[in-house]
Write a protein that binds this ligand. Structure first.
Ligand code: BV8
Length: 249
């Protein structure tokens, strides 16, 4: 990876430099969590675009709720992988750091990463459909599917569905970090879902060094400074070693 070191030398990255990471489902692939669009990227024969919508929930709340419960059960049995843990090492080493994730699986927090912007919410939280109050899913009495809030309204997963706006605070944190960072790692995303897929472009246009980690090319690949082809669980720990060595001056 001498080319990464060459690029770091050109940019003069320091330990005090702002660093951001954008992740997608690929960072959880080596934990055994299915991605959305890979060949195994089917969640129980459903495509996210079919069920991850307000219309689907209005039409058939029980099926949508059960689909999320199915995903929660699968993910609760998984563990963070070396890619998640490598990102935690960055969070611990760089004073000005933000992880921006599209993932809703909660694995980054379970790996110990603290500074996270969850663009698309989190599977392990639920939200009241009447007043938007968010709570921990674990305390929900499953007397009926989907369960109801204490106010009597249906509960829904606290995730962003297609056609819904992203949480304003998380969106702003992510785009502000993209505009300020000197280095952005883009890990395990097919870069097709907007507005998340625009975040690396914002970083690039603001002058950051943008490095993609993905076994396959994506619509971003021709636009980034360096595409490291490989699995995040293998590539990221080595990238972090290089970043910490290079800035350890
Ligand atoms: C919005 C939560 C407006 C739910 C998700 C332009 C054209 C057409 C449509 C649109 C457009 N702009 C906006 C839209 C609509 C839509 C959209 O982008 N559609 C896409 C499909 C074209 N966007 C929206 O609807 C967004 N909202 O725009 O609202 C608005 C604004 C204001 C007010 C009101 C409305 C909301 C999008 C959020 C949707 N919710 N998730 C749930 O999970 O159930 S998105 C879902 O896709 C997940 O969050 C997922 O993370 C995300 C992106 O997928 P990826 O993470 O990239 O995963 P994928 O499987 O695709 O790729 C995996 C990658 O990993 C691959 O590249 C693979 O090669 C790689 N990989 C595999 N193994 C490894 C690996 N990499 C590294 N290591 C490995 N081992």
């Amino acid at each position: 990876m001498e080319s990464l070191t060459d690029l770091l030398s050109e940019t003069g990255l320091k330990r005090r430099s702002p660093v951001s990471v954008l992740t997608g489902a690929g960072v959880s692939a080596e934990s055994g969590v299915p991605t959305f669009r890979g060949e195994e990227g089917l969640w129980k024969n459903f495509r996210a675009e079919e069920l991850a919508t307000p219309e689907a929930f209005d039409r058939d709340p029980a099926t949508v709720w059960e689909w999320y419960d199915y995903r929660r059960r699968i993910i609760a049995a998984k563990e963070p992988n070396p890619a998640h843990r490598a990102i935690t090492r960055l969070d611990e080493a760089f004073p000005d750091f933000l992880l921006i994730t599209q993932n809703v699986d909660g694995l980054h927090a379970r790996a110990g990463t603290r500074r996270i912007a969850e663009l698309h919410g989190n599977l392990f939280r639920v939200r009241c459909t009447r007043d938007g109050e968010v709570s921990d899913n674990l305390g929900v009495p499953l007397t009926e599917i989907p369960p109801r809030c204490k106010c009597g309204s249906l509960l829904r997963p606290d995730v962003v569905w297609f056609g819904e706006g992203l949480p304003r605070e998380e969106f702003d944190r992510a785009f502000n970090a993209a505009e300020a960072c000197k280095l952005m790692l883009v890990v395990g995303t097919s870069a097709v879902v907007q507005p998340a897929a625009s975040i690396p472009l914002v970083a690039k246009q603001a002058g950051a060094l943008v490095v993609e980690v993905n076994p396959d090319p994506t619509p971003l690949t021709d636009l980034v400074d360096l595409h490291l082809r490989g699995n995040a669980g293998e590539v990221l720990p080595r990238v972090v070693d290089i970043l910490l060595d290079f800035t350890d001056t």
